[in-house]
Every structure is written in C-alpha cells, then in structure tokens.
Design a protein around this ligand. Structure first.
Ligand SMILES: [Zn+2]
Ligand SMILES: [Zn+2]
Length: 83
C-alpha cells in the first residue's frame, strides 16, 4: 500500500515518480500533475508537456516565453521536426 503525496489517498495501485533523485508516490496522474507540474510564468497554465525552460523560468510554450521577452526560444517539438 502506498499513500498519495497530494491527497493522502491510500491506494493499492499507486505509482512512483522518480525525479531529480527523489521518489514521489501518487494515486493518479491528476495528483502527480498537481504536485509536480511547473506553472507557466506567462499564462499560469500547468505545464504537462515538454514546456520551455529559459534559465530559471518555465513557460508552457515558446509563444509565452516570447511574450515575457525571452529571445531565441523555439518549441522543442518544432525544432526536432525541422532537423
Ligand atoms: Zn492523490
Ligand atoms: Zn503559457
């Protein structure tokens, strides 16, 4: 049995998320996202996909990064497709 870090639910098929050397336990992706997903600094959306990291800042997409004045950011998906 494992207890969800977010809601405290004691769930027999909880799963672990290994991130940055730590192990987190959740009962659902909803709870995992709530606890772990960064928040876009421009539009405040939860970053569920790759997101865009600019230094210490996180954005949900290159558009938001540009709106905040970050230069030279392209969506990783788009960059990968152009190669
Ligand atoms: Zn939970
Ligand atoms: Zn955004």
């Amino acid at each position: 049995m494992a207890v969800c870090e977010t809601c405290g639910n004691d769930y027999d098929i909880a799963f672990e998320v290994h991130a940055q050397g730590a192990v987190h336990t959740f009962d659902s992706f909803q709870c995992a996202i709530h606890a772990m997903a960064p928040i876009c600094e421009h539009c405040a959306a939860r970053i569920i996909g790759h997101g865009v990291q600019a230094g210490e800042h996180w954005y949900c997409c290159a558009h938001c990064a540009r709106q905040e004045g970050t230069q030279g950011i392209v969506d990783r998906v788009m960059a990968g497709m152009s190669r």
